[in-house]
Design a binder for this molecule. Structure first.
Ligand code: ADP
Ligand code: MG
Length: 574
């Protein structure tokens, strides 16, 4: 018996029944319930406000999590993500009753991706902490004591026992999730050792349920991935054993084929392959090196002093492109800027789909070269840069092209998708390129130095809004409200969740400094990367209060978000 046990908790709730809603503050603190400790970290001020933050802590002997699920860092990530999905799904079935958000239980769902996240954290003994929110029940603006007792002493404990305390079948499930993630990590390490840039295992199921639903397409019509013999590689994974699949080598790789034959689906799987996926996702053995960045055209975006002269030079009226700035980029200038920014952040693999590219950025054919001579054409198309990127800078490109043969001259490997099955047509493509010369002139001189990292005025990263020192909101997965700014990240395609975007916003808030302080983009990214490695995501919470709504992100998505901040100020010679 203690003054913080279930009975004391029930009494405390009874005491405030019918009182003004603000008296919910009296239940803040920790409560020892049977099997776990419940922490009420924050009580909302009215039934319509953001629901209240709570946590559950379960000791190792109470979870039923097998040691095999938590014995390595990669296993713990897989296990924690599995638990978060399980709790979040069960919680979404809880129906509240009463005013506003009364009785809701919500946990941040991890989606299909395995990332470090703050909703569920497991330790190496099998103990866990789960963080979620609850809508404290109200009748009008009064405490609904019966509702609160039911929610906190029945509904939540039920959820905890059903999802976070594991029986034998669930124990198997969590070990599978742990092992799947360990294999994905091993596969990524293997890419580095073997000098590959991506791997797609035989049997992988790449198509998604829909353009807005990242879950696997579940129909009989799904064609499992099948590697062409000439591109087959075998890898040894700690749990799955020998796995065969398609190895993508560094250099310039084209993915071609007829319309609707699965080109974009393959590229999207490679984009997603920079992250690990949950078991049964279909892409859990599709892995891409983590410095691969999707590039697309994005007209309308803002660009701040990016040196795009390697692609675009000599704009009308002598506009300088060595420090190109615009609040409203065109298709081609946006795509050029996004490439230069990606390289600035350390990308060494570019992923490009013709579907989302500016045509005049990709190539210019013989006839156009004659009609519009180089002197009147500011764009050096990507087809004339893609080799230099690889030969001089070790930047690889994987490119989806169905519409232009100009790229056959510059490709190291060509894959043709035929009814969702890849074929290696590299030799055929070479012979076609020899038999049918394009007659194009390769645009200018070969050399091109990558520009140095930009210097940022840190005071321009201002997270304040009104009286709030840190205002970071993610109204949807595609917009970040940062201070008084609104950043449109809808074209940053490798951002996979709101939790990631929220974490990026809080990371940007950490970078702000007094007027006059500057740092280069790579320095800023390094700083945040170190913070994420140790102590981790929790360090991003501005007031140090733990919450369950953040997920890990790459330096590339941080860089892409930062670069789209319209008030970003970049220093340098005027
Ligand atoms: P492309 O880029 O070649 O035009 P997409 O990749 O957009 O083709 O694919 C066209 C359609 O085929 C999409 O609806 C996609 O979900 C579906 N699809 C892609 N790969 C497969 C597959 N392996 N099995 C079944 N359907 C697929
Ligand atoms: Mg396509």
């Amino acid at each position: 018996m203690s003054d913080r046990d279930a009975k004391a908790f029930r009494d405390r709730i009874a005491r405030i029944d019918g009182a003004g809603y603000k008296r919910y503050r009296e239940i803040v603190g920790s409560w020892d319930l049977p099997g776990f400790t419940l922490f009420v970290d924050h009580a909302q001020s009215d039934p319509f406000a953001t629901p209240s933050a709570v946590r559950v802590e379960i000791a190792p002997d109470g979870t039923g999590i097998p040691v095999a699920a938590v014995s390595t860092g990669a296993r713990r990530l897989g296990a924690a993500t599995w638990l978060a999905a399980r709790f979040a799904e069960a919680a979404s079935g809880v129906r509240g009753r009463g005013t506003g958000r009364s009785g809701e239980v919500q946990m941040e769902h991890p989606g299909q991706t395995v990332l470090p996240q703050t909703a569920v954290v497991v330790d190496d003994q099998g103990g866990l902490e789960a963080r979620f929110s609850v809508g404290l029940p109200g009748r009008g603006r009064r405490v609904d004591g019966a509702g609160a007792s039911e929610l906190l002493l029945q509904t939540v404990p039920d959820l905890v026992r059903r999802t976070l305390v594991l029986d034998a079948a669930a124990a198997e499930g969590i070990v599978e999730a742990a092992e799947t993630n360990e294999d994905a990590e091993a596969l990524r390490d293997c890419l580095g050792r073997e000098g590959l840039i991506a791997f797609v295992a035989d049997g992988a199921r790449l198509p998604r349920a829909s353009g807005i639903d990242d879950r696997p397409l579940e129909t009989d019509g799904v064609v499992p991935f099948e590697t062409p013999a000439t591109m087959r590689a075998r890898v040894e994974l700690p749990n799955a054993g020998t796995v065969a699949g398609m190895a993508v080598r560094p250099g310039v790789t084209l993915v071609t084929g007829g319309g609707f034959h699965g080109k974009s689906t393959l590229l999207r799987a490679l984009e997603a392959g920079v992250y690990n996926h949950r078991p049964d996702d279909g892409r859990e053995r599709v892995v891409t090196r983590s410095d691969a960045v999707k590039i697309r055209a994005e007209d309308g975006r803002s660009v701040q002093r990016v040196d795009i002269s390697g692609f675009i030079d000599g704009l009308p009226f002598g506009r300088d492109t060595h420090a190109f700035t615009t609040p409203n980029a065109s298709g081609s200038t946006s795509q050029a800027a996004s490439i230069v920014e990606a390289l600035e952040a350390g990308a060494r693999i570019l992923l490009i789909d013709e579907d989302t590219s500016a045509t005049n950025f990709m190539t210019r054919d013989r006839r156009m070269q004659e009609l519009v001579p180089t002197a009147g054409e500011p764009i050096t198309p990507f087809v004339d840069r893609v080799r230099v990127l690889w030969d001089d800078h070790e930047v690889s490109t994987i490119l989806v092209v169905g519409g232009t043969g100009d790229y056959l001259d510059v490709a190291d490997a060509v894959v043709r998708m035929e009814a969702y099955r890849p074929a290696d047509v590299t030799a055929e493509a070479r012979s076609i390129a020899e038999r049918h010369p394009t007659g194009r002139r390769t645009d200018p001189e070969a050399g091109w130095a990558l520009p140095p990292g930009r210097s940022i005025d840190l005071a321009s990263l201002d997270p304040r809004r009104g009286k709030r020192p840190t205002y970071v909101r993610v109204p949807d997965g595609r917009t970040l409200r940062f201070g008084r700014d609104e950043i449109d990240v809808s074209a940053v395609e490798q951002l996979v969740s709101r939790a990631q975007l929220r974490a990026i916003g809080l990371a940007m808030a950490q970078l702000t400094a007094e007027v006059g302080a500057t740092a280069t983009v790579p320095e800023l990214l390094d700083r945040i990367e170190r913070l994420l490695a140790d102590p981790g995501l929790d360090a991003l919470y501005p007031r140090g209060e733990p919450r369950g709504d953040l997920a890990g992100f790459r330096r590339h998505e941080l860089a892409a978000t930062l670069s789209r901040l319209r008030s970003l100020s970049v220093g340098g010679d005027p």
